[in-house]
Design a binder for this molecule. Structure first.
Ligand code: 4AD
Ligand code: MG
Length: 429
């Protein structure tokens, strides 16, 4: 069996393809079959003279997405999208398909999301999912080649990491309630003290009531954490990662970007170091742009969009007020109301793709913050241990995979950046 993506190696030879019928056109004595096998698409040309009346007449009635095995001769054709066509000599139906619900005409987003298990077969969705794979693969390579050790973190957790308002509770036997993890960070801090440089990569959960195009209730996050690191080290690692991921997708997924109609010029311009902007300057910039933003507030979606449109490439915003950030951020020594935090905003209006910073190293300060944030001390005793036994400056960040995929692919909404999206009103199929 030959895979369509390897078809060039079989030029001039007879091959067998196994796949699905994506589309069919017929003109008198010829059928044009659009065949896909998961690795690519190719046009098969079938003539009555070659295959005979039986196969030719059966083929006329094959529905979209019929599973077929096709035998034929590979022929280079400069007009074909992939550079090759196949002259079909035989066709066998393996799995029939009738009245496939997703036709080449336009469908609304709800119609498609209800049929997400089928929608992912479309060329556009396949392209997004292949780019997602590349983003993940490039991320792992980047971290693995820099001495980071993958250390998985638990999904059932006893307490909040990113604020108590977005926790998903789960009943846990007779022990009461545990929560689906919002972030592996606290555990990464522990493994970083064991292994030096670590990362977690897994699903994370936020009970986000906000129904925006940037929020999922379940999303995948990669979270590197480094012992002996400050905010600058964190920013440098984050910039390098983003630049590397973009370069890798441009290099290896040009075909998919083209299938999506993505203008790659803004991606090709990305260089490190990224522009830097303090929160103070960001607040001024938003006011200048006429947005109703006040110092001390958190960026809403319109603010992020405005900031990210103000720069040609990604921008690293640093120094958020401690009051709007999670409990664990190290304060600036000479300005304790400011946290040693960073958000990286993607350009073209995409907004935050990375959030992170330097963590509190001091035992007493951390203890105080846990109390100020009304967090249950019991659940954080183990975390305080990290400051009791050999505490060092350390930091890291989290990068949301779907945010990055949506930006690189130029998607309107995060829901297309994951095979099966979970949102406020969407948890099927
Ligand atoms: O900024 P966040 O909340 O940071 C953390 O969770 C840190 N504990 C990470 C760390 O330092 N180890 O989330 C990090 C990233 C965001 O920048 C965004 O890309 C993504 O996770 N993210 C979401 N993606 C989709 N849907 C949501 N509801 C998201 N919330 C955050
Ligand atoms: Mg954030």
């Amino acid at each position: 069996m030959t895979r369509i993506e390897e078809i060039a190696r079989h030029d001039g030879r007879r091959v067998t393809l196994r796949g699905w019928l994506a589309n069919r056109r017929s003109s008198g004595k010829i059928h044009f079959l659009q065949i896909r096998d998961g690795s690519g698409f190719i046009q098969g040309v079938m003539s009555r003279a070659t295959v005979g009346d039986g196969t030719f007449d059966v083929t006329r009635h094959l529905g979209q997405e019929t599973a077929i095995e096709v035998e034929g001769d590979v022929r280079a054709d400069t007009r074909a999208p992939g550079g090759y066509e196949i002259d079909i000599t035989a066709l066998r139906v393996v799995g029939p398909s009738t009245d496939y619900p997703i036709t080449p005409k336009e469908h609304g987003p709800d119609f498609l999301l209800d049929r997400r298990h089928l929608w992912i077969r479309s060329s556009r969705q396949q392209a997004v999912l292949r780019i997602r794979h590349e983003v993940i693969d490039a991320t792992r390579d980047y971290l693995n080649s820099r001495g980071f050790v993958l250390a998985d973190t638990p999904i059932f957790t006893p307490a909040a990491c990113e604020g108590t308002t977005t926790l998903f509770p789960v009943p846990y036997f007779d022990h009461g309630t545990v929560y689906l993890t919002q972030s592996g960070q606290l555990y990464n801090e522990a493994t970083a003290m064991a292994l030096g440089r670590v990362y977690s990569f897994g699903p994370t959960f936020r009970a986000e009531k906000s129904k925006t195009r940037r929020h999922l209730t379940e999303f995948w996050m990669v979270e590197p954490e480094m012992a002996w690191a400050d905010l600058d080290d964190v920013i440098e690692l984050a910039e390098g990662l983003v630049a590397e991921v973009v370069a890798r997708v441009l290099d290896r997924r040009a075909r998919e970007l083209a299938a999506l109609g993505r203008d790659t010029a803004p991606l090709e311009r990305i260089r490190t170091p990224f522009a830097r902007l303090t929160y103070d300057d960001a607040a001024r910039l938003l006011k200048e742009k006429g947005l109703p933003f006040e110092w001390g507030g958190d960026f809403g979606s319109p603010d992020e969009t405005a900031l990210s449109e103000a720069f040609d490439g990604p921008v690293a915003v640093t120094g958020f007020p401690a009051a709007i950030k999670a409990f664990y951020f190290e304060p600036e020594p000479d300005r304790p109301e400011i946290s040693r935090s960073v958000d990286i905003l993607a350009p073209e209006g995409y907004g935050e793709i990375i959030g992170g910073g330097q963590r509190i190293a001091d035992y007493e300060l951390l203890e105080r913050r846990i109390a100020e944030h009304g967090l249950p001390r019991d659940a954080f005793e183990w975390y305080l241990d990290l400051r009791r036994y050999g505490s060092v400056p350390h930091g890291g960040f989290g990068m949301g995979i779907e945010r990055v995929v949506a930006w690189i692919c130029g998607l309107e909404h995060l829901r297309e950046a994951i095979p099966f999206p979970r949102m406020l009103y969407r948890f099927t199929p």
